[in-house]
Design a binder for this molecule. Sequence first.
Ligand code: E4P
Length: 218
Amino acid sequence: MKFFVDTANLDQIQEAQDLGILDGVTTNPSLMAKEGIKGKNAVLSHYRKICDLVDGDISAEVISTDFEGIIREGEELADLHENIVVKVPMIKDGIKAIRYFSDKGIRTNCTLVFSAGQALLAAKAGATYLSPFIGRVDDISWNGLQLIEQIVEIYGNYAFETQVLAASIRNPLHITACAEIGADVVTCPLKSILALLNHPLTDNGLAKFLADAKKMEE
Ligand code: E4P
């Protein structure tokens, strides 16, 4: 399972990269705005910085919602760097654009996915990645992990090449559950990745080893 970090914050991306386990980055307009990035040139330059930090797939989201606009923006983003994956919303013109990009060899990440039917359409259109949002489904008292399970099963039935990129991860249990289900990728906030490190028995065990090691000092 690939690990992506879900942030536009360069320090957090660097910290995840330094762990040596990072396979890519996802961003969205909310995450970019949170970093105070304003204007098209600043947005493009920020994506270039992320590409310089991480040698892996970097999802950059379009903000147009009409076919021509999505194509124009997506081609500009894809031209920035070979690792850029154009993130396209799950809407009618988005599906048309994913088919267009796929035919041109431009890789895509279909975002804002909340149902198996949407997942089928994105795979048929040739999306490289599909982003179902676990946490936001959980937030409305449905079951985000069941959605991942359903999509993984459907894609397996037909050997679709679209990779399931579990998004909107809220905690480390989401990550391990996605691994059990067989999601291809998880994109997580840095804090959820770091939370995987934690176990009280590790902390207690290490404290005891270090205390005993002191006894061996001359
Ligand atoms: C990632 O690609 C998504 O945009 C992101 O995971 C959404 O997460 P959120 O529901 O925490 O905003």
